[in-house]
Design a binder for this molecule. Structure first.
Ligand SMILES: [Cu+2]
Length: 382
């Protein structure tokens, strides 16, 4: 372990200029600001005065703010606000609690939806109730570490970033404040996704339009909770107090919890996502740090963009799809049978033992032609 690992980063006193020179020195070294690089000069400011502005209120996942599937009119400037919240988060039924770092208080942060060639204008707020500097790296943005180089803010500060959404698809965003802070913040929950729809909407491989009745956002998160000598999960007074122990668990690459939407059971039972037979659901699934393999038990992926980029031909009829860490995927499915469906990471140890399970509760009429129990269980005859 190097010296930096041992530094208590939770102390507010470290967060002034001294912090940036010391604990977060690596941050600034790794995060060049605009124009700081050799040879970087800023070109003329674009004239966006003719563009329409739209202010969007974000919803807590798995829900997604209302949006047009096909763009109406010319590209616009879409305004979002994310407020960073460092908060305790209970991960499981045993009360295991971590110091989560979040965008808007949820793990994952909310899904933003725009159309290709729109401008995303984000106000990022780091209230002074927080302890640490944070920023945001959009995988959908171009330059300056995805915006990370222009958005690093201390508690008590806010910043506004604008970028053009030039590529269609679903993309991860995450905090990336530099050096060892990057994985620590990401696996403490500081990630989410943005969906950039093609202006003319989703299409199948033959160019036929695809529509959805609902879109749900599932954010998968690996957590690395340290244990005490008896094997019980530990709780710390502050995030910084637990940092060194957590780093040791992180380096094993073996999560203690692998959950959807911030906690075991966050999307099961009463929190199940809902649909009816005949309705089409678009499932957005992100994992900012680790590979995953979504599977809908008893259903399929009718059209799947496993790596989430809509100008690639979607795969059809999939049983399981692979989403690499640092990526968001999208799967479209029309439910054909009613019932409760488990939607899992099909590493079934992660699904059942570590928490990566969600439910869809689907209403409607059973189709006997698709499946029927020809004989109920009876004693074996003969
Ligand atoms: Cu952060």
């Amino acid at each position: 372990m190097d010296g930096q690992d041992k530094v208590d980063v939770s102390r507010r006193t470290l967060l002034g200029a001294a912090a940036f020179a010391g604990v977060f020195g690596a941050v600034l070294a790794a995060v060049p600001s605009q124009g700081e690089d050799a040879g970087v000069t800023t070109g003329p400011a674009p004239d966006l005065s003719a563009l329409q502005r739209q202010r969007v209120d974000l919803l807590r996942p798995p829900f997604v703010h209302p949006h047009d599937q096909v763009a109406v009119g010319a590209p616009r400037i879409v305004e979002f606000t994310l407020t960073i919240e460092e908060k305790p988060l209970v991960l499981d039924e045993y009360g295991t609690t971590v110091h989560a770092m979040t965008f808007n208080g949820s793990v994952p942060g909310p899904l933003m939806v725009v159309h290709q060639d729109d401008y995303v204008e984000l106000t990022l707020i780091n209230p002074d109730t927080n302890q640490m500097p944070h920023n945001i790296d959009f995988h959908s943005a171009t330059g300056a570490l995805g915006g990370g180089g222009l958005t690093l803010i201390n508690p008590g500060e806010q910043v506004k970033l604008r970028f053009k959404a030039t590529r269609a698809g679903v993309f991860v965003y995450h905090c990336a404040p530099g050096g060892p802070m990057i994985p620590w913040h990401v696996v403490s929950g500081m990630n989410g996704a943005i969906m950039v729809l093609p202006r003319d909407g989703l299409k199948d491989g033959a160019g036929k339009p695809l529509k959805y009745d609902y879109v749900y956002y599932v954010g998968e998160q690996d957590f690395y909770v340290p244990r005490d000598a008896e094997g019980n999960f530990k709780t710390y007074e502050s995030a910084g107090d637990g940092y060194a122990d957590m780093l040791e668990v992180m380096k094993t690459l073996t999560p203690t919890h692998e959950v959807f939407n911030g906690a075991v059971g966050a999307l099961t039972g009463e929190n199940a996502m809902t649909a009816n037979v005949g309705e089409t659901v678009l499932i957005i699934h992100s994992q900012a740090n680790r590979d995953t393999r979504p599977h809908l038990i008893g259903g399929h992926g009718d059209y799947v963009w496993a790596t989430g980029k809509f100008h690639n031909t979607p795969e059809v009829d999939l049983e399981t799809w692979h989403i690499p860490g640092g990526c968001a995927g999208a799967a479209l499915y029309t439910f054909l049978q009613p019932g409760v469906y488990a939607y899992v990471n099909h590493n079934l140890i992660e699904a059942v033992e570590l928490g990566a399970t969600a439910h869809f509760k689907v209403g409607g009429k059973w189709n006997d032609d698709l499946m029927t129990q020809v004989q109920a269980p009876t004693p074996i005859d003969g």
